[in-house]
Design a protein around this ligand. Structure first.
Ligand code: MG
Length: 258
């Protein structure tokens, strides 16, 4: 099932997306699917007639994972870490499909990073890897935008990874997905830049959720970014980056400098 969050006139609501790419419709859902059963109503809209929002604004956190693909660690001159490298992006970093990413004034080098995002469905802690399926709500596409120059000079990555608009999510959450072998692609102004596969992850989704939950209690709506494949590079004012993940869909955002 594909769960979208969207607006037609004013109030955000949830819906179930149905249909083939290009002709999707969304059936309006009563209430919040994160805290109740998905109750589909009769009301429907064409996806072209609505504005998709980030499918989730985490109430507590986005946990990022650094260097989870060996080729990507290598391209930036880094070793693969002995344990997953974790960082936070605040929920104020999250934006939705098509929303502009605003380059902060303190950086000259913003990089794109196409990533599979895991959305947590229930409160959990110390989850064994073989029970991770029970706590996952679904999966969406993410762009882990990074101020690379600031990442090099700051000891902590808070500014480099957590600035406003640095975490586009969408276009919706796919609740049924086998994540072991999915292509993860990224296009800069339609030119293919990243072409990876989740099978190349050093720690897979089950291991990551389990290890993250050893450090942090996870709440419904929390998001874990699973790292980016190789091919990262800079993006600047006027360009657009599209993240495309097999079995989910595509998330595209323009970058602007205010
Ligand atoms: Mg990343």
């Amino acid at each position: 099932m594909r769960i979208a969050r969207f607006v037609v006139d004013d109030a955000p609501m949830y819906g179930v997306v149905e249909g083939e790419p290009g002709s999707e419709e969304v059936a309006v859902v009563n209430g919040d699917p994160f805290f109740g059963k998905v109750e589909v109503t009769e009301k429907r809209h064409k996806v072209d007639d609505i504005r998709l929002l980030a499918p989730i604004i985490p109430r507590s956190k986005v946990v990022g994972i650094g260097r989870n693909y060996a080729e990507h660690a290598k391209e930036l001159g880094n070793e693969v870490p002995p344990a997953p490298l974790m960082f936070f992006k605040p929920n104020t970093a999250v934006v939705g499909p098509g929303d502009p990413v605003t380059m902060p004034t303190f950086t000259e080098e913003v990089s794109y990073e196409a990533e599979l995002a895991v959305v947590i469905g229930r409160i959990c802690k110390d989850v064994p890897a073989d029970r991770v399926n029970e706590v996952v709500f679904g999966y969406t596409c993410a762009n882990d935008l990074t101020a690379r120059d600031v990442q090099r000079t700051d000891n902590q990555w808070a500014r480099a990874k957590g600035f406003d608009t640095s975490c586009p999510l969408g276009p919706w959450i796919e609740t049924e997905l086998d994540t072991e072998d999915l292509t993860v692609r990224g296009y800069l102004d339609d030119e293919l830049k990243q072409d990876g596969n989740t099978s190349q992850m050093i720690w897979d989704v089950k291991d990551l959720v389990s290890l993250v939950s050893q450090a942090f209690t996870l709440l419904p709506g929390d998001v874990i970014l699973t790292g980016t494949p190789s091919g990262v590079g800079l993006i600047t004012d006027g360009q657009r980056y599209e993240v495309e993940i097999e079995g989910i869909g595509a998330l595209s955002n323009p970058v602007i400098r205010r």
